[in-house]
Design a protein around this ligand. Structure first.
Ligand code: FA5
Length: 340
């Protein structure tokens, strides 16, 4: 009876091995037939009950069945391993004859490019480049620029206030104050940097944008000096004649104050969303430094005077590279950035 049982175990194990779909199914057969509690182990246990004369033949048969099952298991396992390896190789296959995709060079952001150009220009004219913090004190962003608390000019720039009473600087002008405090007169400085305003965004307005501050303090500085430097700046950037207009502008930290506008280079002055159909774009507010600002900076206005300007660096980049929407500059869109 046991020999018949062994034959039966063998044939059903071999059939299960052939039908197995993967390594897991094979393992299951191994456990069921060859495992410590498997079918062959059960037969071994019953060997004691078999008459001694039959035992040897049964032992031989048991070993043969065991070897047959083990042999097929090993063969199928190898087959599955080979198949898995082939699948992995197929997935990882590289066509070494294909041309390489090439190395794409990165480039500087257009604002960084224009900032560097302006820095080089002003350094060549004896100016120092200063840096200031983006989180500023109310004192340097407003008070020391002749904008005391409750002055209506505070409303000209919608401010992001911080919980600790400081603020995100609304312009780069606080670096004027830092420059005067640190360097004293005579002074020639520029300060490029990021500024923040709680504004709604459109084609020419961002909440986060770049300005470049400039200040010169010396003896007998006049509007003629200011115009000379502004013209040198614009010619240096655009490498051609650009049409500008100067009109009176009010800023509490300069007297007299001006707005220097540039004829819109996107539409050629005809009117577009960037210039709000006016043909002109506000680019470069400037003026002669107010005596109070010099005093706040520790400089005696009886001995010294100066000019200051606050260039809209982001808008300048738009004009230089004919970018029709300010939002593209901070979009991180590689299709846009790769053009520079
Ligand atoms: C100022 O910020 C003054 N601190 C500039 C100044 C400095 C005047 C020194 C006199 C002396 P204003 O708020 O106009 O001024 O901003 C300066 C320039 O920043 C603008 O001419 C414009 O080009 C740019 N600008 C202003 N608001 C935005 C905005 N939301 N998005 C992009 N650019 C802006």
């Amino acid at each position: 009876m046991l020999p018949a049982k062994l034959e039966e175990i063998e044939s059903s194990a071999l059939a299960a091995i052939e039908a197995a779909a993967g390594e897991e199914a094979i393992e299951q057969v191994r456990v069921e037939v060859l495992g410590r509690k498997g079918a062959l182990a059960a037969i071994s246990k019953e060997m004691g009950k078999v008459p001694p004369a039959e035992r040897a033949a049964l032992g031989k048969l048991l070993n043969r069945v065991k070897e047959a099952v083990e042999g097929r298991l090993a063969a199928r396992q190898e087959e599955f391993a080979a198949r898995a390896l082939q699948a992995r190789l197929d997935a990882e296959w590289l066509d070494l004859t294909l041309p390489a995709p090439g190395v794409r060079m990165g480039s500087l952001h257009p604002i960084t490019q224009i900032q560097t150009e302006i820095e080089d220009l002003f350094i060549s004219m004896g100016f120092t480049v200063l840096d200031g913090p983006e989180c500023e004190t109310e004192y340097r962003n407003f008070d020391a620029l002749n904008i005391p608390p409750h002055h209506p000019a505070r409303d000209m720039q919608d401010t992001f206030w911080l919980a600790n009473g400081h603020l995100l600087r609304t312009h780069t002008s606080p670096v004027q104050v830092r420059g005067m405090e640190k360097l004293g007169p005579p002074l020639r400085m520029i300060a490029p940097g990021r500024v923040f305003r709680n504004e709604s965004v459109d084609a020419s307005h961002e909440h986060t944008f770049y300005q470049l501050e400039g200040m010169m303090v010396d003896r007998d500085v006049s509007v003629a000096h200011l115009l000379y430097f502004m013209k040198t700046l614009l010619t240096g950037i655009f490498h051609r004649e650009v049409t500008v207009r100067l009109r009176p502008g009010y800023f509490p930290f300069v007297e007299p104050g001006f707005e220097l506008d540039i004829a819109c280079l996107i539409c050629g002055g005809g009117g577009c969303p960037v210039c709000k159909q006016s043909g002109w774009l506000e680019l470069l507010p400037c003026g002669l430094v107010h005596p109070n600002v010099l005093r706040f900076g520790g400089i005696d206005p009886e001995d010294w005077n100066g000019f200051a300007f606050g260039l809209g660096l982001t808008r300048l980049a738009m004009m230089k590279y004919a970018i029709a929407d300010i939002r593209l500059l901070q979009s991180g869109d590689l299709r846009f950035l790769r053009q520079f």
